[in-house]
Design a protein around this ligand. Sequence first.
Ligand SMILES: Nc1nc2c(ncn2[C@@H]2O[C@H](COP(=O)(O)OP(=O)(O)OP(=O)(O)O)[C@@H](O)[C@H]2O)c(=O)[nH]1
Ligand SMILES: [Mg+2]
Length: 299
Amino acid sequence: MNKTRCGYAGIVGRPNVGKSTLLNHLMGTKLSITSRKPQTTRINLIGISTRDQTQIIFVDTPGLLSLGPDPSGRKINRYMSNQAMAAVADVDLAVLLIDARGWTEADETVLTLIKREDVTAICGINKIDRLVRKDLLLPLINEIQDKHAFEAIIPMSALHRQGLDDLSIEIARLMPEGPHLFDSDALTDRPLVFLVAEAIREKLMRQLGDELPHRTTVVVERYDAGEILTEVDAVIYVERQSQKAIVIGRGGKRLKAIGQEARGNIEDLAGGKVMLNLWVKVQPGWSNNDELLTRFGYR
Ligand SMILES: Nc1nc2c(ncn2[C@@H]2O[C@H](COP(=O)(O)OP(=O)(O)OP(=O)(O)O)[C@@H](O)[C@H]2O)c(=O)[nH]1
Ligand SMILES: [Mg+2]
């Protein structure tokens, strides 16, 4: 009988390199939220892929900027770095994702962590579709080779699904032998309400300016799956009254647009019609308060 393989593969890297996009496209289903803005992912999210004898448990992580205390000092940032650092320490394989436009200091930081934890690693060079000068790819590969003994270095485009087969083959090859930890049809270990809250947060990330999304979080307070209709009550928390006004928008326009966009995603998750009720509440300083962070699901 063939031996089964099973392991954790952490997708790590600095913010905005395309980690969550990669998770979704490796899974062939949208699990993790993505946006053009850095620091979209806040909590490690697993995606389980079972093919034949091999089960790969992908871990999407928040983008990592530094290993020390965050200069901005907010506890949410510390929580996010801790999530990413814990993932590197726990996984069987780290997939270090970088941007094809060049190696940066933040990439170096993540590599330092990989070395410190002595974890087997692959390097994915993402967004090659954006590389104007293709002749720069080979020197970049050489530069990365000199930095670390990666098991493989793979140029790819997560968004355009280029190079993902090569990457999957390498990851599968590096999974340890062992029994599968999840049922073969399992996709994630997160409850549906988490994915619903994230779907709403994705629209906030995408619709609001640069700073405001980082001051918002979403809590699903009620999820009632009926035969004809699923009813969802969710609260968007902000830190100040002025932020609440921005999220709601003139005449409630922006909140309505956020709700409409999120509802489409939630209907996919729920597999049927959804009625989404959204509220915006002010919770001063939630992003820097341990107790509130725990209450809002950052535990
Ligand atoms: N052109 C191009 N864009 C990409 C590619 N992969 C991801 N992106 C885009 O890069 C942006 C960031 O993608 P995410 O997947 O949210 O990045 P992330 O690394 O998870 O970011 P954080 O969660 O903030 O750390 C999004 O606008 C993606 O559409 C790619 O291969 N090519
Ligand atoms: Mg992400």
